[in-house]
Ligand binder design. Structure first.
Ligand code: HEM
Length: 469
């Protein structure tokens, strides 16, 4: 077995330190090498610190499952949807969603149009802030525009930014993410259920709260699904819900069919859960880095001014002509390392990796944050240096071993293309219209909220937004 922090049998290793998660992972790597175990509660967590090891692991058929954690599947009995399902359910939903993303968006125009509409709304929010000339946090509307794009993909609709229903929906997705950490405790300490009566356990670890949030979110989807069932025209599918309902009908008599309405609920929930906070937070990180590294901001503005006529929004075709913008996006994803240890995989049988036995049930994590900051792959890793992504002719250089913000292998993020497109269009529009600075006399922390070490959420802070003429 790999070396590491084994701790006590039922408790695992509880660190008595104020060091950040990434510092602890770096210490462990320095001590044990690129693969080691940290037992957390009863869970054998394996951490990988090398690009090739992660690539090997995440392409292995026996390392494709998700852990059997109730918290991971929103406390549901069944493993449905994409993000936390396994086997056929996962494979069918993954293929279906990737096809949907291809058909609805990217090359074709529906999703691009939605991103453009939402970008214009976001620019208005920034404009209000610029007109106010007061230091303020990044507008709340950023979250809503990202949600609206997922709504467009799923149900062909977008809400007004001040619509109370979408704001309530946004708050609930936020609360779901926040309650996630606590609800996971019984998965790591499963023996608690023998010590603490179930109603108390559910209350203390916010499991009731999670059930409640999940059901309220599913109610939103139910209304949409019912409406789609009534109005579906098989010759003219409008969105993901239509396509899923048609798939359900087509496959209903097949013995291995996995498409059903309960599953559709969770596919949709997964897309909001995986697609909203990740993209919104990455954009805020991009803004924070540009406000801190003003030279990079000026260079990006100069490039955008040259390539996009004033008032024009970027499209995917402009990507090749915006190498510095692409470099800023990549560098932001690298330094911020939002999902710092990826999304856990689980070993479905005993296997070997990096010369060690990985027992069935072990949880495999790629230490993205330390790989993204390792001098093995990066020169001056702690600096924000978009130039590292450009070759001598200023062309964008896609290489980059040691870069995996969307993970690698068979479970690699299905929303990567969409997220990249949103980042390109939003960030170039912002730089075309505004300059963003740290308010005079203030500082801007590039540390993340300490509460959740696995998801590096930005700290909400004030910025100055100035309109460019
Ligand atoms: C900057 C934004 C994003 C980042 C950094 C990100 C990152 C990731 C990562 C690290 C994984 C785990 C892959 C693995 O298990 O190995 C993942 C999975 C996933 N992401 Fe994203 N993601 C982003 C945006 C999105 C968007 C916009 C969507 C969809 C609307 C999305 C949908 C998913 C789904 C469904 C999975 C599960 C894939 C599977 O289990 O097969 N993500 N993402």
């Amino acid at each position: 077995l790999p070396p590491g922090r084994w701790g006590l049998p039922l408790l695992g290793y509880i660190p008595l330190t104020t060091k950040s998660m990434s510092q602890q992972l770096t210490d462990l790597r320095n001590k044990h090498g690129d693969i080691y175990i940290w037992r957390m509660g009863t869970q054998l967590m394996v951490f990988l610190h090398d690009h090739n090891l992660v690539r090997e692991a995440f392409n292995r058929p026996e390392i494709q499952d998700r852990p059997d954690w109730r918290s991971f599947r929103f406390n549901l009995e069944e493993k449905l949807g994409i993000l936390t399902s396994n086997d056929h359910v996962w494979l069918n939903n993954r293929r279906f969603t990737l096809k949907q993303l291809r058909d609805l968006g990217m090359g074709k125009s529906k999703l691009v149009e939605a991103v453009h509409t939402q970008t214009r709304l976001l620019l208005e929010e920034f404009k209000k802030q610029a007109d106010g000339r007061k230091p303020m946090p990044v507008p709340h509307g950023l979250n809503i525009v990202i949600i609206n794009i997922v709504w467009q993909m799923v149900a062909g609709k977008q809400f007004a930014l001040d619509d109370p229903r979408i704001n309530e929906f946004n708050d609930m997705t936020d609360d779901l993410i926040t309650s996630f950490g606590l609800t996971a405790a019984p998965d790591f300490l499963p023996w608690l259920k023998y010590l603490i009566p179930s109603p108390i356990l559910k209350h203390v670890f916010h499991i009731n709260a999670m059930d409640n949030l999940r059901d309220r979110l599913l109610q939103y989807f139910k209304e949409e699904i019912d409406h789609h069932k009534e109005t579906l025209d098989p010759d003219n599918p409008r969105d993901l819900i239509d396509a899923y309902l048609m798939e359900m009908e087509e496959r209903k008599d097949q013995p291995d069919n996995t498409f059903n309405e309960n599953d559709l609920f969770i596919v949709i929930l997964d897309l909001f859960f995986a697609g909203k906070e990740t993209t919104a937070s990455s954009l805020v990180w991009l803004i924070y880095y540009l406000a801190t590294y003003t030279e990079a901001q000026h260079k990006m503005q100069a490039e955008v001014d040259e390539v996009l006529p004033k008032g024009t929004l970027a499209t995917l075709q402009d990507r090749a002509r915006l190498p510095y913008t692409e470099a800023v996006i990549h560098e932001t994803l690298r330094v911020s390392s939002l999902i710092s240890t990826g999304v856990s995989h689980a070993a479905s049988k005993d296997t070997m990796l990096g010369g060690y036995v990985i027992p069935k049930g072990a949880i495999i994590n790629s230490s993205n944050i330390t790989i993204h900051h390792s001098s093995r792959y990066w020169d001056e890793p702690h600096l924000f240096k978009p130039e590292r992504w450009l070759d001598n002719n200023g062309k964008f250089n896609t290489k980059k071993e040691g870069f995996m913000p969307f993970s690698i292998g068979k479970r690699q993020c299905v929303g990567e293309g969409l997220a990249r497109m949103e980042m390109l269009i939003f960030s170039s529009a912002l730089m075309q219209n505004f300059t963003i600075t740290i308010p005079p006399g203030a500082t801007l922390s590039l540390e993340s909220v300490p509460r959740n070490p696995f998801f590096r959420r930005h700290i909400i802070q004030n910025l100055m937004v100035t309109a460019r003429n």
